[in-house]
Design a protein around this ligand. Sequence first.
Ligand code: DGL
Length: 268
Amino acid sequence: MNTHLDPDSPIGVFDSGIGGLTVARALRAALPNESILYFGDTARVPYGVKSPDTIRHFSTQITRFLLERHVKLLVIACNTMAAVAAEDIRSLSPVPVLDVIDAGARSAAATGRRIGVIGTLATVSSGAYEQALHAHASGLELHAQACPLFVPLVEEGWLDHPVTRLTAEEYLRPLLVHRIDTLVLGCTHYPLLKPLLSSVAGPAVTIIDSAETVAVCAAELLDGSGLRRMNPQPPPHRVFVTDVPQRFRAVAERFLDESLPEINFVTL
Ligand code: DGL
């Protein structure tokens, strides 16, 4: 652990687009005194259909951007980046790194036995969830399903649209045939669809959204390393995106039901 880290420094949270705001929101609820620096790579989303090399390249660019802004902790709020590039990010980072896959697997393994995982093509093909789930419990039955249409539907703001419902019914059918008891939202965009996914999956299925578990892990880590921000001033938050921010703001504010701080447009 780097002993020169400053408790007043921000937590860097990053995603390919808007989805990681679900993680930023959980962090803000659990750690209201912390400053959050959010990065959404809106010019290049979606990552989930891109090759591992490209995802690794983009992920390390974002990591460098955030490290240059002196974050004290990095949170990979994108399952695709966590599935494909976590090692690259960790080897680049002198500050601690948390990711949504480990957190989601931990809470799913403690919840059910027949587990369905939905995610992007890259996440599902990587087998990262299978690996993480088996590391947390044995004897689990796992079924994974790639849902590539969900990310563009969420970025479009179609959170409760008939097209999104039909798409969800189609994607979840093979998992429901296996009578899953737990459904892991293995993409940080999917919690925006949680009400719709719950209604399609039905009451017998517990939905796992790793955002809250990540927030608990972040609180433990900051306390354990003396890095929790104690400053009584309200924490400054900043948002960076790589494409014009208007639609990002509109969809994010609709979903979060609150206004965002100033959104900075940057190029990497
Ligand atoms: N939000 C990202 C994730 O958690 C993926 C979205 C994308 O395809 O870029 O996997």
